[in-house]
Write a protein of this length. Structure first.
Length: 245
């Protein structure tokens, strides 16, 4: 494969990965607490893909997405009026007991299970400080203080756990709004819980749509480059065959 087609094909693959990432971001633009993903580009050096006309020992560099990273910048806090909706102002994550271990999320859209346990929308029990859960004792509304303390009809039910990590790059996404990690969490410093609010996704639909159109146009240009390279190779073969005859 010639250098032009090789570079264009590498660019096509990188743009396909970008399209998948952008499409996922836009699909979760309305998901509370969702954190958008970004791509980090790099150059892959390949001696096998070098131009035959280039000097010996030289190598070709091809564009690739080296890795993707999560943008943990906060979203806007929006009032919902639902007392079971809570948002974190500042750094930190809510903690929940998942099926395979602890889960961390910024999505504070909680609910009460049939047994009265405070859970996430997916049914995972929200952890309280000390490792327990928040168990309601009546049908009265929950009152949640900025430090996460929960009361119902004047009875303390516990304190919602808010944790943080020194290095957020160690968090791995699980689903649209959860993270997992092997790192040990610490209590979040300076975080406040706001009852009756939810943190919106930090994905801006307008920006995402613009980037999506840009990447699609780049994809189309690279497709044309592959077609041009294929035509050039075909014509070169035809000319060689004509000279040989």
């Amino acid at each position: 494969m010639d250098a032009l087609t090789t570079a264009a094909a590498s660019g096509l693959r990188a743009r396909m990965e970008s399209l998948d990432l952008l499409a996922n971001n836009l699909a979760n633009a309305a998901t509370a607490g969702y954190k958008g993903d970004r791509e980090f580009y790099g150059l892959y050096t390949s001696s096998a893909a070098q131009d035959p006309l280039s000097p010996p020992g030289s190598a070709s560099t091809l564009p690739v997405i080296e890795r993707q990273w999560t943008d943990f910048s906060p979203g806007v806090l929006r009032a919902t009026g639902n007392p079971l909706d809570v948002a974190i102002a500042g750094r930190g994550f809510f903690s929940a007991n998942g099926q395979s271990g602890r889960l961390y999320t910024r999505n504070g859209s909680f609910q009460l299970s049939p047994t009265g346990v405070l859970t996430t929308m997916e049914g995972f029990p929200v952890r309280a400080v000390g490792g327990g859960t928040v168990q309601s004792v009546s049908s009265g509304p929950l009152e949640i203080s900025p430090d996460g303390s929960v009361q119902q009809d004047g009875t303390p039910l516990g304190q919602i756990e808010v944790v943080d990590f020194k290095d957020l790059t160690g968090l791995d996404k699980q689903g649209a709004g959860y993270f997992t990690t092997s790192a040990t969490p610490a209590a979040a410093s300076g975080a406040e819980i706001r009852q009756g609010k939810l943190e919106a996704s930090n994905v801006t639909p307008a920006e995402g749509a613009m980037r999506l159109v840009t990447v699609m146009r780049q994809f189309e240009m690279l497709q044309k480059a592959v077609s041009v390279g294929t035509d050039m190779n075909r014509k070169a073969i035809e000319e060689v065959a004509r000279v040989g005859s």
